[in-house]
Design a protein around this ligand. Structure first.
Ligand code: PNW
Length: 490
């Protein structure tokens, strides 16, 4: 009936298993707006985005896609697209405006997410909930330095997580503790591009130390994650029965050419981009290469801490967008002293260039990454983000932008690579979430860079499905087995 890339004609084996889930992802600060509504406290992104020069278009997150008000419209879109799951994040400072373990809980914040969750479930959509997608309560940063203060932040994060499990855990069965610790640490505390914007570069920031702070922050994030997971497993899992894990950034790294240095460089790039967190969490230690590179600037885990960290994720959540060609000899520790390029030795480009400078389309790298993660970490994989920003989409008319051919091509390549990884290579991928449901606040890029499968007209906040939304809807309809299959395993 259906034919796969490998030419398999059997109906069922040509499709992803019936419990494979797909949907879209968003994050609180990127879509909600209403930053001063119903008792929400400030996050570190509120004022950061307002400082001159922090976002490309000088715009902030005060309105975003207005989803705090328009969330029913978002759920309607999800229903129209026929998704099985939706990944969103909770704004910590809506739940606990001042953030800390002794600070009051905001019932209106709880109510907002509770309504959203009920509405999703009522429409047959399973929520995947991220607890932390970069919007640290401002107060915690001001009080004690936020992620720089391990002892304090662990306790405050664990209490916040507990409040969420108590309030939503009867209905939410899929928890993601953290989104992309690499970005939290490197972009926030080394390059200074993301809040809180700390860096050794004094043109960028009056405070910060790029050679020490990112590694301290990464360490705190791992420990806060691990303690929250321990608490979930000890106090909630038996009754609530959900799963909990972490989401890591994971672009594929490919040697620039066959030279031994560049082959080693590609592994070094993976050791820092993924291994920093994944080796600690799934394998029980930091990568040797990081210890070598950083010496005593890399914090160490006590045996008691490692006890909590090791095995602290039920699955591997991966956010992946592109592939980097890797050349040895760079000076950037956050990339493992590796230079990245998209230009092959013969001068050709790896793939189609996105609006984001760091992103080109290369689906074969996606398949290789999935194989690498599965073989090395041996945990079920959820792709928690994957997507493409079409070049100059913001400068096109709406009508033109809706025909997002480069994004459709991107998803066409990715979906076929996904199918090959699952069906031909045997990689245990359980779900796929595209980034993003909507065009939204793209952090330091402001609103210029668009990742949505739905166009948002920021003048009216009207939403318009792009061709890519239709493509994904149709593809997953065609490529996941249906329950009432004639060959069903009843
Ligand atoms: C992710 N890179 O960040 C984030 O989780 C989203 O909030 C964001 O909107 C999305 O990707 C698109 O940027 C990334 O340098 C940041 O490869 C940087 C990279 C990848 C993802």
């Amino acid at each position: 009936m259906l034919e796969t890339a490998s030419g398999n004609m059997h109906c069922n084996t040509a499709q992803l298993p019936k419990d494979f889930v797909w949907g879209f992802a968003t994050a609180s600060f990127q879509i909600e707006g209403s930053t001063c509504t119903d008792g929400r406290g400030k996050s570190i992104w509120d004022d950061f985005a307002k400082q001159p020069g922090k976002t490309i278009d000088g715009r902030d997150g005060d309105i975003a896609t207005d989803s705090y008000k328009l969330w029913k419209e978002d759920v309607r879109l999800l229903t129209e697209y026929g998704v099985k799951v939706y990944r969103f994040s909770i704004s910590w400072s809506r739940i606990i405006p001042l953030g800390g373990r002794d600070d009051p809980i905001n019932p209106k914040g709880i109510q907002f997410y509770s309504n959203l969750i009920n509405s999703l479930l009522g429409n047959g959509i399973t929520p995947f909930v991220t607890l932390y997608h970069w919007d640290l309560p401002q107060t915690l940063h001001d009080r004690y330095g936020g992620w720089l203060n391990k002892e304090e932040i662990i306790q405050d994060y664990v209490r916040y997580a507990k409040v969420c499990f108590e309030a939503f855990g009867n209905r939410v069965k899929n928890w993601i503790t953290m989104n992309e610790p690499w970005c939290i640490s490197i972009l926030g505390y080394s390059r200074g591009l993301f809040a809180p914007g700390r860096s050794s570069d004094r043109n960028r920031s009056l405070e910060g130390n790029s050679s020490t702070e990112p590694w301290i922050v990464g360490h705190s994030v791992i420990l806060a994650h691990a303690h929250a997971v321990k608490m979930y497993r000890d106090e909630f899992k038996v009754v609530q029965g959900g799963q909990i894990g972490i989401t890591l950034s994971g672009n594929w790294a490919m040697p620039y050419n066959n030279s031994p240095e560049n082959i080693a460089a590609a592994q070094h790039a993976l050791d820092v981009a993924e291994g920093w967190f994944a080796d600690a969490i799934y394998l029980g230690h930091y990568p040797d290469y990081m210890k070598e590179m950083l010496g005593d600037r890399l914090p160490t885990f006590t045996p008691e801490e490692m006890q909590v960290v090791s095995g602290s994720s039920d699955f591997y959540g991966v956010n992946t967008y592109t592939t980097n060609l890797c050349k040895a000899g760079g000076t950037d520790e956050s990339q493992g002293l590796v230079d990245y390029t998209f230009s092959r030795p013969d001068g050709t480009q790896l793939g189609t260039q996105a609006h984001s400078s760091w992103l080109q389309d290369y689906p074969e790298g996606f398949r290789q990454l999935l194989n690498y993660i599965w073989k090395r970490y041996k945990h079920p994989i959820y792709i928690t983000e994957n997507g493409f920003s079409v070049k100059n989409e913001s400068f096109k008319s709406i009508k033109e932008a809706l025909h997002d051919t480069d994004r459709v091509n991107y998803f066409r390549g990715i979906t076929s690579a996904l199918k090959a990884a699952v069906l031909d290579d045997g990689v245990d991928v359980r779900g796929y979430l595209a980034w993003s449901l909507l065009d939204n606040f793209e952090w330091a890029d402001g609103y210029v860079t668009r990742f949505g499968v739905t166009y948002v007209d920021y003048q009216t906040q009207k939403r318009y499905p792009k061709d890519s939304a239709k493509f994904l809807t149709q593809w997953f309809k065609d490529n996941i087995q249906v329950e009432e299959g004639h060959l069903g395993d009843i």
